[in-house]
Design a protein around this ligand. Structure first.
Ligand SMILES: [Zn+2]
Length: 220
């Protein structure tokens, strides 16, 4: 099994120095992430993970922008407001699209950000395994193992998938605009659903299809 991100960021000497300097300030907090002095560090992180993730958002899998920073944001998988010690931990970083970023940031502002780490408050070291996280973790998990996507509809295949869909409101398109008939008629969707019917595990199949059908009935 290969995770989405094969290589974590390795900071160069200049980047490490910038980080250490910021960390030495008396008012160092998760807000320090945005200071001007870290501009080149943030930009290097963004470039690294944009490549590693082949230009796709770690959570919703929509494309992030390839040049502009506007739709390609550095994400802290264990939130920096709760885990200041992991703010520059390379395995805690990835890139996400503007919508996923805004949804997570609003949660941070309102202090209702879901905790992505199992037993998080007790952890001193950054966890090294998938099982330690509630969210689909791009350094440890394969997205496809946890979430299935039918056009704009995201369906969970595991508890992690469920958590991730909820935390990032991945079904935001349907929430905002409702179910578009064009999605149902889409040949690619039918193909995916057929593929799903051939899944080895009948329990997974049934639960996913039931959810999909319930959703379609609700939205009619
Ligand atoms: Zn996204």
């Amino acid at each position: 099994m290969t995770a989405e991100i094969a290589n974590a960021m390795v900071f160069g000497e200049a980047e490490r120095q910038s980080i250490e300097q910021i960390q030495s300030f008396v008012d160092y907090s998760h807000h320090s992430w945005s200071v001007d002095e870290l501009e080149t560090v943030r930009s290097a992180i963004r470039a690294h993970y944009r490549n590693e993730q082949r230009g796709l958002c770690a959570y919703c899998r929509n494309p992030v922008s390839l040049q502009s920073p506007q739709n390609c944001h550095v994400e802290h998988i264990a939130p920096k407001s709760k885990y200041l010690g992991f703010m520059f931990e390379p395995k805690n970083l990835c890139v996400v699209c503007a919508d996923c970023n805004t949804i997570k940031r609003d949660q941070e502002v309102h202090n209702d950000e879901p905790d992505t780490v199992q037993n998080g408050s007790r952890r001193r070291q950054y966890p090294r395994s998938s099982a330690a996280f509630r969210i689909v973790h791009p350094h440890f998990d394969r997205w496809d193992d946890h979430i299935e996507r039918f056009g704009k509809y995201y369906c969970d295949k595991s508890a992690k998938g469920h958590f991730t869909i909820g935390a990032c409101i991945l079904n935001r398109q349907l929430r905002q605009f409702g179910w578009e008939p064009a999605i149902v008629d889409d040949a690619a969707i039918r193909e995916l659903m057929n593929e799903y019917l051939n899944l080895a595990d009948p329990a997974v199949q049934t639960s996913v299809l039931n959810r999909l059908m319930r959703l379609m009935i609700q939205l009619q």
